[in-house]
Design a protein around this ligand. Structure first.
Ligand code: UFG
Length: 332
């Protein structure tokens, strides 16, 4: 196969490029490097460009003639989407629309997109299936829901094959330590805890008064290599005529922030410094996947998503990256 990956210089995109290349397929990254890193593009070729740039993207698709497109390029911070929603509608909605228009005009082919569990509303118990009400509580989630609506409309009108993979909490890093999570600023829980170990400055624990057993938010952490595998399966299934659909990617297991802190201490042997802060705006108390559809429709099951493996791989990467930063060296 030959796959074009938008956002291939980013976190989940780069791991997916590695996964594709390791299986002997061709991969092309399309990225504007606004939040992605050129050093993460180590697998396949690179085309610089913005997803909102119709002419450039069309030229790249015409040149490489990919069999399918996997679309990761997005803005991803819930908090930032509340304070600057224009950015989110521009990249996540207008950018995604441009990709669909290019595929309509250059020849439709399967499009697998980064969806999000943020399309669901706030839940306090149980697991969330794809049939749960779609009622996002922040602009980020709304942009991901609009993306799914656009896909359905383009499928009906122009025959675009698609799948939206609704991730729960992407975490962990490449088991070989070659690539990993690298956001500036970092907002995610596990890298922030690991950075606190390195810098010895406390990480902020947002909210201990949630209606959960230990008062902290519960999430379903899914290893980035498991996410990468699911995207390739989705492409393969679409190329074989699978139905267009949205699919949850999670483990079905919820872990609280306090449980993550305990697990980090067990893996690293270090005490985590933290300060309790007020709740962060836009955070649901609990988000855990009902993940049966991924198994039924894609034959996908998480293999690398134990909390200990997530933390071990993230720690391997984070130490390498932070040491590199401290010495101003390139990543080897
Ligand atoms: N948290 C902290 N301190 C930090 C960072 C996070 O206490 O420094 C807390 C958050 O408040 C939240 C939990 O840890 O309760 C998880 O937060 P993350 O930022 O790691 O992840 P989110 O659940 O907010 O977001 C993730 C993805 C989004 C996606 C969302 C689905 O990053 O893209 O899941 O709800 F939309």
């Amino acid at each position: 196969m030959n796959i074009l990956v938008t956002g291939g210089a980013g976190y989940i995109g780069s791991h997916t490029c590695k996964y594709i290349a390791q299986r002997g397929h061709r991969v092309v990254t399309y990225d504007n490097l606004e939040t992605g890193h050129r050093e993460m593009v180590r697998f396949g070729s690179f085309e610089y460009g913005d997803i909102r740039d119709y002419a450039r993207l069309r030229q790249v698709i015409a040149t490489h003639k990919p069999d399918a497109v996997i679309h990761f390029a997005s803005r991803i911070s819930v908090g930032e989407s509340v304070t600057d929603p224009g950015l989110y509608y521009d990249t996540n909605v207008a950018g995604s629309l441009t990709i669909m228009r290019v595929l309509r005009d250059e020849g439709v082919r399967p499009l697998v997109v980064s969806g999000s569990a943020a399309v669901y509303g706030a839940s306090t118990e149980g697991v969330t299936s794809e049939e749960a009400p779609l009622a996002p509580i922040n602009p980020y989630g709304r942009t991901k829901l609009i993306l799914e609506w656009m896909l359905a409309d383009f499928a009906k009108a122009y025959g675009l094959p698609w799948m939206a993979l609704r991730y729960f909490n992407a975490a962990g890093a490449d088991s070989e330590g070659e690539i990993g999570e690298w956001h500036e600023p970092e907002t995610h829980l596990i890298p922030n805890i690991l950075r606190a170990l390195f810098t010895k400055k406390p990480f902020f624990l947002f909210g201990t008064d949630y209606p959960t057993p230990d008062g902290t938010c519960i999430r379903d952490y899914i290893h980035v290599q498991d996410l990468a595998a699911a995207h390739v399966l989705a492409v393969q299934h679409l190329l074989h005529g699978a139905a267009n659909q949205s699919i949850n990617l999670g483990t079905g297991q919820g872990t609280s922030i306090r449980e993550i802190v305990t697990a980090v201490q067990a893996v690293t042997g270090k005490q985590v410094p933290y300060e309790v802060k007020a709740r962060r705006e836009g955070d649901p108390a609990r988000l855990v996947a009902y993940a049966a559809r991924a198994k039924e429709c894609l034959g996908w099951e998480p293999k690398a998503s134990s909390i200990s493996n997530i933390i071990e791989t993230a720690w391997l990467w984070e130490q390498k990256r932070l040491r590199r930063d401290a010495c101003s060296l390139p990543l080897s």
